[in-house]
Design a protein around this ligand. Structure first.
Ligand code: NAG
Ligand code: NAG
Ligand code: NAG
Length: 432
């Protein structure tokens, strides 16, 4: 009897609080917004562990929020904010150069999906922890994000039945599959369907190795340097620019790195992996996000420090555990999950060629059991378009391939990447 009463109280309590939980986070007015949005949005915090609070910004779909998928978006770094993705890549609006007014983004992903932007890990952007200890690693980030995700579905129980996808870019190439594996193998009831990575860091070796070819074929290195590279790093037609034991090769690679000023990979460069991406101008977004009235509208506690696109505290102490996510992909694919690997062809921090090699290597490693779950696996259609179920597309080819990809990926949801040329043009050069 007592237990019954308790359960009843608990249930009504839960229903009341779960509803009330998201209400205070609703964003009703945003400074600089001169248009009326056709979607709802919430900004607030998701608990990711004791004393750990991750800032989220959730926008509903402009189409059909109840039927459209929920997509989690993660930028990389490690230590950079997913609000960069919101305010200058795939979010519903961007900040004008004046740092004060907003304009609508016609390529917004929330035209087809409810999108959850999560500033992760704690210490990034407006996310924080009470103890301000921001030392973390890949596994801890995945565990924290998994907890935050569960907090999200407790806060927004209406969205638990929607299909759920995890997307990210750059160092998100590590965040996305590692979190996906937690979600796919964890206890939480999440309607997880698949994951996707754009210009991701998937393998340090392949990324660094391909960068040299990328640089040469983009005209960054002259013939002399290219000859020196080949003389010192290659043997019998095979090259190793990534971790050659030859000092003379290391020197040539170092020269390349000096040429690639925008590159900030950890192995080839003395530039910290965590440095703020040198080729992104986030002045307007930073100015807007740091306005007192904007912070207030987004429910950011007044005690928190100013917003920055990347956090040195997080980046400098970050402990990398995965030098390749090949095994993580293989596990996820063997569970029948859908995956999409897409690349724009100008990013030099995580260049398309490294990801293309990664997908090709994956296709070779996939066993017949996985293949039977993905009948298209391993077939490639057109140049640079590998179908795994993962595939790599280059922006330019994307439009041409649209009908093919529509057919392949089955859902309109995936195909809209092509319809909208994958990414807004801002993805030029970014840090992983
Ligand atoms: C960066 O953006 C701000 C505001 O949009 C602009 O005023 C400034 O000139 C830009 N800086 C560079 C180096 O492009
Ligand atoms: C959840 O569903 C209820 C009942 O249909 C509705 O009143 C409420 O607005 C929904 N909340 C969200 C966040 O969509
Ligand atoms: C170089 O990298 C490859 C691929 O990651 C690895 O198998 C090999 O052991 C590494 N060699 C050295 C000398 O670090």
């Amino acid at each position: 009897m007592l237990a019954g009463v308790f359960l009843l109280c608990f249930l009504s309590d839960f229903l009341l609080t779960s509803r009330a939980q998201y209400a205070p986070d609703e964003v009703t007015d945003l400074p600089g917004m001169t248009f009326k949005p056709s979607y709802r949005q919430w900004s607030g915090y998701l608990q990711a562990g004791p004393g750990k609070f991750l800032h989220y910004w959730f926008v509903t779909s402009q189409r059909d929020p109840t039927k459209d998928p929920v997509v989690l978006w993660l930028n990389g770094g490690p230590g950079c904010s997913s609000l960069d993705g919101f305010l200058s890549e795939n979010g519903p609006f961007h900040v004008n150069n004046d740092g004060a007014t907003l304009y609508e983004n016609e390529f917004s992903w929330n035209k087809y999906a409810n999108v959850l932007y999560l500033e992760s890990p704690a210490g990034v952007g407006y996310s924080y922890s009470d103890d301000q200890n921001y030392k973390t690693d890949d596994d801890k980030v995945a565990a924290d994000n998994y907890q935050a995700l569960q907090s999200f579905f407790v806060k927004f129980p209406n969205f638990t039945l929607n299909e759920f996808f995890i997307f990210g870019e750059s160092y998100g190439g590590i965040y996305v599959p590692t979190l996906s594996l937690r979600v796919a193998t964890g206890q939480a009831k999440i309607n997880f369907q698949g994951f996707s990575v754009g210009n991701g860091l998937s393998s340090f070796a392949l990324n660094d190795e391909s960068l040299i070819y990328f640089g040469y074929y983009h005209g960054l290195f002259g013939e002399d340097l290219w000859r020196d590279l080949n003389d010192n790093c290659c043997n019998k037609g095979g090259c190793n620019f990534y971790n050659s034991s030859s000092d003379s090769c290391k020197i040539q690679v170092c020269v390349c790195v000096c040429v690639c000023v925008c590159y900030s990979g950890p192995r080839l460069s003395s530039v910290s992996l965590n440095a703020v991406p040198p080729c992104i101008n986030s002045t307007a977004q930073t100015n807007w996000l740091n306005r007192g009235d904007v912070r207030k509208a987004l429910h950011i506690p007044a005690t928190l420090p100013a917003w920055d696109i990347c956090s040195d505290a997080v980046g400098e102490e970050y402990n990398i555990l995965y030098w390749t996510v090949k095994d993580v992909y293989l596990k996820l694919l063997s569970m029948g999950l859908r995956a999409l690997v897409y690349n724009g062809d100008t990013d030099m921090a995580c260049n398309f060629l490294g990801d293309q090699w990664f997908v090709e290597d994956l296709v070779r490693a996939i066993n017949s059991e996985v293949r039977s779950k993905h009948p298209l696996c391993g077939r490639s259609i057109g140049m640079n378009c590998l179908i795994c179920p993962s595939f790599v597309l280059r922006d330019q080819q994307c439009l041409d391939q649209q009908s093919v990809t529509t057919l392949i990926v089955e859902t309109v949801f995936m195909a809209y990447f092509c319809a909208f040329k994958l990414q807004p043009p801002l993805i030029v050069v970014k840090s992983c």
